[in-house]
Design a protein around this ligand. Structure first.
Ligand SMILES: Cc1cc2nc3c(=O)[nH]c(=O)nc-3n(C[C@H](O)[C@H](O)[C@H](O)COP(=O)(O)OP(=O)(O)OC[C@H]3O[C@@H](n4cnc5c(N)ncnc54)[C@H](O)[C@@H]3O)c2cc1C
Length: 404
């Protein structure tokens, strides 16, 4: 008989886990997938493209309804899990239903951080995490609207771009002295700022938000230096926090996320966590590739095979049309590392590679990102680059010729 396996969360990690399990152990588990959002799992990464009007909301479902049905997965979406009882081995849903499990997987992702400042609950102050947020932004961001986006990381920039494309006048505020400081060095960040300004987005750096102004609806964003920026819409994109409260209340060890070991096992037997809600070796990843890798390893283990997850290399691509930006690994370097830099202002092209112990440790590419995956493979594999080092900065074609 199939073992009852309950997966809490119907997002990207959960969908990948079901796919990987179907390939390895179809029928071994009776899977119930519980999702808070009232829809089939979708590709969250593409929400930025939906906001920018480049793909439609209907196009980003990860699987069709029949795909799930054909693999025997019971979908319960539109009602989240409110509690998990580890002793009774069951979860309780918001609509009162209870489901028993033998094995349980938390794949609850993260939520957007809200600023704890005055006016944060005003109408028109939004975040950027799910399909509902995109619908609200699209509705508010028509021609002539004034929008302020708070946060110059990947999500904030993609929100600013999408809203500007819809016709709104956008101001992007960032607390730090450069955009995407977790992914880009100062040079690449300056180029990115120029490209966004060329698209009509006003960028204000070192801007600390004080509060939102308005009675019922947001009217402006006030900065700590006294400036006020008029806004019909404000989007807060200042970071994410893992959804780990239910796991914590159920007695699992939680720091920032749900603590897992190299087998994705939590501190309670037969209970696992993957994706953004999991904390592995002190890291909560905020990207989809680590979630996919974790899902694959967990599927292997649930299928009875041996597998280990040892961590992931962070890699990011910005999804702003005409602005190609890629960053991976240790892109800043430090003592004991060497930088290889190529810059051509005329071509709008900049590359920085960080080499440590004869291996590629990190890369930032701006302008031409065609070799991004090749660099990423080199970083991930830790391959020696001695034979190709002289031409490494010029990309795959030249470096390969050198090695031949
Ligand atoms: C706009 C945007 C753009 C992004 N772009 C990129 C990108 O370019 N590259 C990249 O690598 N990553 C990107 N990401 C991040 C990527 O989407 C996430 O890393 C990925 O979705 C993580 O998968 P997950 O399954 O852990 O979480 P999610 O996909 O968030 O899924 C978690 C699901 O669990 C549900 N849930 C939470 N609590 C409960 C509960 N109690 N009961 C039931 N269900 C619950 C949530 O509603 C959600 O549907 C982007 C994210 C956003 C928002």
């Amino acid at each position: 008989m199939s073992e009852p396996l309950v997966i809490v969360g119907n997002g990207m990690a959960a969908a990948r886990l079901c796919e990987e399990l179907a390939q390895r152990a179809l029928g071994r588990y009776a899977i119930a997938l519980i999702g808070e959002e009232p829809r089939l799992a979708y590709n969250r990464v593409l929400l930025s493209s939906v906001l920018a009007g480049e793909v439609s909301a209907g196009d980003i479902a990860l699987k069709t309804a029949s795909w799930w049905k054909d693999r025997g997965v019971t979908l319960c979406y539109g009602a989240g899990v409110t509690a998990a009882d580890m002793a009774a081995r069951r979860v309780i849903l918001a609509d009162g239903r209870q489901l028993s499990f033998v094995k349980l997987v938390f794949a609850t992702g993260s939520r957007a951080i809200r600023l704890p400042i005055a006016g944060a609950a005003l109408h028109g102050v939004l975040t950027f995490r799910d399909m509902g947020d995109v619908a609200a932004m699209s509705q508010a961001a028509g021609r002539g609207a004034r929008a302020v986006v708070i946060g110059g990381g990947l999500l904030g920039i993609e929100a600013a771009y999408g809203i500007a494309k819809a016709g709104a006048a956008v101001t992007l505020l960032h607390l730090m002295d450069r955009l995407m400081e977790r992914q880009l060095d100062a040079r690449a960040a300056a180029l990115l700022r120029g490209a966004l300004e060329a698209k009509g987005i006003e960028v204000i750096l070192e801007a600390a938000t004080s509060h939102f102004v308005g009675d019922d609806h947001v009217e402006a964003v006030a900065l700590k230096d006294g400036r006020t920026i008029a806004a019909d819409l404000a989007v807060v994109a200042v970071g994410i926090t893992p959804n780990a409260e239910i796991a914590k209340a159920a007695g699992l060890a939680v720091k920032r996320g749900i603590i897992v070991d190299d087998h994705l096992a939590t501190t309670t037997s037969d209970v696992f966590a993957i994706g953004e809600c999991a904390e592995h070796r002190g890291i909560c990843y905020g990207l989809v590739e680590p979630a996919n890798e974790q899902a694959r390893v967990l599927a292997e283990r649930l299928a009875g095979h041996d597998a280990c997850y040892r961590g992931s290399v962070n890699a990011t691509n910005l999804k702003v049309s005409g602005v190609n930006v890629f960053s991976a690994g240790d892109f800043l370097g430090g003592p004991g590392t060497e930088d290889i830099v190529f810059s051509d202002q005329g071509l709008g092209c900049y590359r920085k590679l960080v080499v440590a112990d004869g291996r590629l440790a990190g890369a930032v590419l701006y302008g031409d990102t065609t070799d991004a995956l090749w660099y990423l493979d080199l970083i991930r594999s830790g391959a020696a680059i001695e034979d190709i080092r002289d031409d490494l900065i010029f990309g795959r074609a030249l470096a390969k010729r050198q090695a031949a």
